[in-house]
Design a protein around this ligand. Structure first.
Ligand code: GAR
Length: 195
């Protein structure tokens, strides 16, 4: 199975996937990292893991369709089977969704449908919920929308600092993303009929 990761920032989830592939814990090929922010730290992580990185900026195109067509033109020759969004802070448009139906997944640092958006950990913390968590879901054209694949709860301790909660959520994310990709890989391999 050939995987592409899309990211916009730090890239700790990208690194977790790249590391798991390097160690053979995920038996797949990480073919590309697509980044929409030229200064994102994830770019240096891709260099570290020797993963081809493509920086594609929306503002270099007339519209979102052309931007996504460029991304598709990069991915098609690589025969990508699964796109993992990992802190990719854009909504996927029709071009990506139509070219990769049920093949784009996203990780979100809250128990969806609660706390959608870019600041989920802080929003859950400020709301005062006692349990938050991590969700992995198929992607549709809504912010953090689409069928849920996996979730893991994280209890917020009394008097917990936001920083420790963030660290604990990210630790759960890294493990759950690897586990979920492996589950999808199992399903994918089960569909191949040997003759
Ligand atoms: C992760 O916590 C991910 O769940 C979140 O962005 C962070 C990226 O961290 N995504 C969303 O909030 C999507 N709505 P990373 O760059 O270190 O992987």
């Amino acid at each position: 199975m050939n995987i592409a990761v899309f990211a916009s920032g730090n890239g700790s989830n990208f690194a977790a996937i790249a590391e798991a592939i390097k160690k053979g814990e995920i038996k797949a090929n990480l073919k590309a990292l697509i980044v929409d922010k030229p200064k994102a730290y994830v770019i240096s992580r891709a260099k570290e893991y020797n993963i081809p990185c493509y920086i594609v900026k929306l503002k270099d195109f007339n519209n979102k369709e052309e931007y996504e067509e460029k991304i598709v033109s990069i991915l098609k020759p690589l025969n990508i089977d699964l796109i993992c969004l990992a802190g990719y802070m854009k909504i996927c448009g029709e071009v990506l969704l139509n070219n990769y139906p049920n093949k784009i997944i996203n990780i979100h640092p809250a128990l969806l449908p609660a706390f959608k958006g870019a600041h989920a950990i802080l929003d859950a913390y400020n709301y005062g919920v006692k349990i938050t968590g991590v969700t992995i879901h198929y992607v549709n054209n809504e912010i953090d929308g689409g069928k849920i694949i996996a979730q893991e709860a994280v209890t917020i301790n009394d008097d917990e600092k936001i920083e420790t909660l963030e660290t604990r959520i990210h630790e759960v994310e890294h493990k759950l993303y690897v586990k979920t990709i492996n589950k999808l890989l199992e399903d994918y391999n089960a569909r191949i009929i040997k003759c």
